[in-house]
Design a protein around this ligand. Structure first.
Ligand code: ZN
Length: 117
């Protein structure tokens, strides 16, 4: 039986997660990773995928309004997923990275000891 390590971390509250997402526009985060984005429509930005060899052309698509990204290799997700991919972090580390970027100090929720066992 495999248990997820995520549950063993101190939890980040939903409120703080919301705050981190609000202060982490995906287009900004992607650009700060060194990827040039150009508009390809009213709501879509395009750039070279940092995770794959794009080959024929830029395969990374970013939706600033939707707050998600996708690429031609059928990967994608939200801003946290991008940071996880881009920096090889787990979920908690990615949220912490974004919080630090935005100048937010996370206050992990204590895990009740009564929840163990
Ligand atoms: Zn890709």
């Amino acid at each position: 039986m495999i248990t997820t390590t995520l549950e063993q971390h101190a939890r980040i509250s939903d409120g703080q997660l919301f705050q981190v997402r609000q202060t982490s526009p995906i287009a900004d985060v992607v650009r700060e990773f060194g990827i040039a984005l150009t508009e390809v429509g009213a709501t879509t930005l395009q750039g070279r995928c940092p995770f794959h060899d794009d080959g024929d052309g830029p395969a990374l698509y970013v939706s600033p309004a939707g707050g998600y990204w996708t690429c031609g290799a059928s990967e994608g997700g939200d801003v946290v997923a991008f940071v996880r991919h881009a920096r090889g972090l787990d979920y908690q580390q990615a949220v912490e990275h974004l919080a630090e970027r935005a100048g937010i100090t996370l206050q992990p929720e204590p895990v009740p000891s009564s929840a163990v066992g």
